[in-house]
Design a protein around this ligand. Structure first.
Ligand code: THU
Length: 129
């Protein structure tokens, strides 16, 4: 069991404050470290047409690709939500998996404590081409 990435949790909490969430009031923040050692963040951005909402995790991944390019690989990722606790949603698991390995570690909070799961645990038998 690895140590919780305090820096990623701190960045995720900081970016959650910037979430645009007037509809759900879920303020979500995500921070990830790439294999190259850079960190990137994202928050959720909602829309009046609810289905157009984008999650914090996907914004962080897309931000990382925009900066590092298509070879970007996620080493570790952390997600938090102000007043709530959950792992990445199914859509975000599929997007994270595109830039991760089965051993990539994803962190979130459970009962106020950091909990980690590997991508293999979060998305077993995921779609791959
Ligand atoms: N949300 C995320 O940002 N990440 C998740 O993994 C689950 C849900 C956001 C989307 C929406 O703005 C709000 O939380 C409620 O679903």
């Amino acid at each position: 069991m690895s140590t919780a990435p305090a820096d990623l949790f701190e960045l995720a909490h900081a970016v959650a404050v910037k979430a645009y969430a007037p509809h759900s009031h879920f303020h979500v923040g995500c921070a990830l470290r790439t294999a190259k050692g850079h960190t990137f963040t994202g928050c959720n951005v909602e829309n009046a047409s609810y289905g157009l909402t984008i999650c914090a995790e996907r914004n962080a991944v897309f931000h990382a690709v925009a900066e590092e390019g298509p070879s970007m690989q996620i080493a570790t990722l952390a997600v938090v939500c102000r007043g709530e606790e959950f792992p990445p949603c199914g859509a975000c698991r599929q997007v994270i998996a595109e830039f991760a390995t089965a051993d990539t570690v994803v962190w979130f909070l459970r009962n106020k404590n950091p909990l980690s799961m590997t991508m293999a645990e979060l998305l077993p038998a995921g779609f791959r081409i």
